[in-house]
Each structure stands twice: as C-alpha cells, then as structure tokens.
Ligand binder design. Structure first.
Ligand code: ADP
Length: 414
C-alpha cells in the first residue's frame, strides 16, 4: 500500500510517501518512496522534494492554499521525472495518514476518518486553535483531490498520553474549569514517544509490558514522557505544547503569575504574552542569539558567550530535573531514551543532561555516546543500572503503519 503521510500547517505541508503493508511491517521492509515539504503556502512557495535516497530538489510555485499545494504535490510525485516509478497517477496513492495535533479526550487511538471523526477533530479546535484547523483543511483537500473512497486516517499527537492517570493530568485549579473547558494536561509528541518506546523494546527483545522508560524528545519542541509498562503515565507538555522542558523558542515551566506581570509591565495583551512565551523564549530568549542548539554549542568554546552558556545550562538542568521527577513518578525506570534533532545528534547535550546521575545508576559511556549520532544504540556503560539509549524518531513511519493497521482493522502492537 502506498501511504501518503501529511502534516499540514498554516503555511507549510510536510509529506512522505511510504510503501508498507502488514508483511513489510513484520519484516521492517517499509520503503520511503519520497519526502519533502512545501513552505510559504499563500504566496510564492518553495517545494523541497527528495525521491528515495536521491539528492533533494527545489522548485518554486505560486500556491495560494493547501488544496493547490496538495494538487501540485500529487502531480509532481506522479510525473515521469519524479524518480518515484511506483506512483504514476493519483490512483497509485492508496491511503493517506494525517498528523493531527489535538485529539482531546475523544481520541486515544488513531482513527479512520469519516464525518463523525472529522466533527470530533473540529470539536478539539478550542484546544488547538492554531493547528487543528489546518489539519482539517488537509483532510478536506485530500477528499477533494482523491475522492471519498481513498481511506484517510488521523494519527493524534495527544493520543498516546490518554493513559495518563487523573492525578497527573489535572491542574490544581477550580474543578469546574475542567468541566467547562476541558482544561487539563494532554501532552504532545505522542507519536514520537510511542515510536522510540517501540524501537527500544524491539532492540532489547522486550514485550510492551516490560517497557518502563523515560523518553526525552529534544527537538525544536521538547518533551519528556514517563512510560510505565508500555503506557504513558506522565508527560511534560500540558494543555498546550508550552509547558515542561525548555525548548527552542518556548519557555516551558513558568510561574503562571509571570503572565499577568509581563502583560501589565509591558502593556501587552494576554495573547501577546502567549506569543512571547511561544516564539521569543526558550533557548532563543535566554541566549538572545538563536534557537539552534548547534550554534549555541559553538558559542561555548572559550571565550564562552555567557548567555549561550546559560541557555544550554538551563536546558540541560531542566531535562535532568524531569528525569528525576519521573523516576519518582513511575517507581524507577529501566532506561532513558533520547530522540529528536538534539537528542539524536548531540552527544554533548546528552552527556550534560546525565551528568551527576550516577546516584540513580546512570553512567554515560563517552565512546558509545560519541558513536551514536543519528543512529540507534546504547550509550550507557555496561555497569549502568539505568540504561541510556539514543534512538532516532520516525513519526511518519508510525503514521504510515497506523494508517494501514486502522484500515485493515489490525490492533496496534505499540
Ligand atoms: P522539530 O522539533 O522542529 O522537529 P528537530 O527534531 O528537527 O526539530 O530538531 C531541531 C533541533 O535539533 C535544532 O535546535 C537543531 O539545532 C538541533 N540539532 C540538530 N543537529 C544537531 C547537532 N548535531 N547538535 C546539536 N543540536 C542539533
């Protein structure tokens, strides 16, 4: 089955086409036929396209909205020159899997999209006003282009965390507010946490029930998850992706009184403060330089930039605090798993986060840590009681696999 995986944003459309089916999944023979991104939708857009392992190509096109971007993509993929011989027409796209940001309390699993599911995603717009509307536009654009008969599946960022118990997902604010607005912790990056937990247990030959780990997704957005016996029991992102770890441009945890203080002192509206905390804070805010961890690490070479050192220091300290908190929350864990752009590629940050955690039995092996850049494997010493792994995430693969499983009515193995 050729599955088109889509992640529709306000002005971008990320895509991959993955050929997979139940046999291929079992044998890990899923094949990525092409991938890329359309950026700048709404004006002169840039399309990045890569067929298989070929070089990336770039195209420019005036694409006013998501439907026209999708139409352009479908033509590009099916064209003679695309380098994707498996797809010669729209009919060769057999199913579509969508990354949907918020599934609220309605969706604890991926779902085959029909009108009822679409209404459910619409009902979650209040919880993710910036994301769910674009995800819906993506789904409707596919219906328009490929017709009602092409099955579409929604894979929710929040779904994996629906197993979190109420004591962990409630905020200590008046109970009525939960009843009226569903204000609670939902958590995000669920597909990524779920994928690396699945890879971890595959690497170690464990069952899901034997999988008790802390996963750290450290990318531009960052989150931690406590996964006990295969289920998420706590996570650091909350009602929105703003809570928790320090991120590229997001503050993470913060005294809520700061919001009204900034608003009063700076003459800002609540939503302007919200934007400041989402887009001008985190690594960028503290360093005053960049949200790119590579550039910050380069600034640590003597003479070190003080704010860059502070940004990296706060980032790692906050991550270490969450590891400690989750060890307590889940009665101990067997491993810490690093993923995301920073977690997969930066031995330096992994070592800084785990520094001084020998008390918990966690010892990083410097040589193994250095080797594990963009590849999966153990990075702790042989005598470490708490293991550490680096595992590259692959949310698109999990979305493609869920799409096939949901269409065929197969239960999720992870
Ligand atoms: P997103 O959350 O947007 O998917 P990614 O997971 O791609 O983001 O992660 C982006 C982050 O990864 C950036 O901050 C980038 O600096 C960081 N990163 C990528 N490679 C490295 C590296 N070798 N060392 C440190 N940071 C890295």
């Amino acid at each position: 089955m050729n599955v088109l995986v889509l992640n529709a944003g306000s002005s971008s459309l990320k895509f991959q086409v993955i050929a997979t089916d139940l046999d291929r999944m079992k044998e890990h023979r899923d094949e990525r036929l092409c991938r890329g991104e359309v950026e700048g939708i709404g004006g002169e857009a840039t399309v990045t396209f890569q067929a298989g392992k070929e070089a990336k190509r770039r195209f420019a096109a005036a694409l006013g909205d998501i439907p026209s971007a999708l139409d352009y993509l479908a033509r590009l993929i099916a064209s003679e020159q695309s380098g994707v011989p498996e797809i010669r027409s729209k009919a060769d796209i057999h199913a579509v899997g969508h990354r949907v940001v918020h599934g609220g309390e309605r969706f604890a699993e991926s779902a085959l999209i029909d009108d009822k599911v679409l209404q459910g995603i619409e009902a979650c717009i209040d919880l993710a006003p910036l994301h769910n509307p674009d995800n819906i536009k993506g789904i409707l654009a596919v219906r328009e282009l490929l017709g009602q008969d092409t099955p579409q599946v929604a894979v929710f960022d929040t779904a994996f965390h629906q197993t979190i118990p109420d004591r962990a997902f409630f905020y200590a604010i008046p109970y009525d507010l939960y009843g009226r607005y569903r204000i609670r912790r939902y958590g995000f990056h669920g597909t990524s946490h779920r994928y690396v937990a699945f890879r971890y247990r595959t690497l170690r030959g464990l069952t899901r029930e034997q999988t008790s780990i802390i996963t750290l997704h450290l990318g531009n957005g960052c989150s931690a998850a406590a996964i006990k016996e295969g289920k998420s029991v706590d996570t650091s992102m909350g009602m929105t992706p703003l809570e928790g770890l320090v991120m590229g441009t997001r503050s993470g945890d913060l005294d809520p009184a700061i919001v009204s203080l900034i608003a009063t002192k700076e003459g800002m509206s609540p939503s302007e403060v919200d934007t400041l905390l989402n887009t001008q804070s985190g690594l960028l805010g503290i360093s005053g330089l960049t949200n790119d961890m590579r550039q910050l690490l380069a600034k640590l070479k003597e003479p070190a930039d003080r704010q860059a050192r502070l940004a990296v220091g706060i980032f790692c300290y906050r991550a270490r605090k969450y590891i400690g908190a989750y060890l307590a929350a889940m009665d101990g864990a067997d491993a810490v798993v690093f993923t995301g752009g920073i977690g997969e590629n930066s031995p330096d940050i992994r070592a800084r986060i785990c520094e001084g955690m020998e008390w918990a039995g966690l010892k990083i092996d410097a040589a193994k840590n250095q080797q594990m850049i963009g590849r999966e494997g153990l990075i702790s010493t042989d005598d470490s009681r708490l293991l550490a792994y680096a595992i590259p995430t692959d949310e698109e693969l999990l979305i493609a696999r869920d799409t096939v499983r949901v269409i065929l009515g197969e239960p999720h193995p992870s």
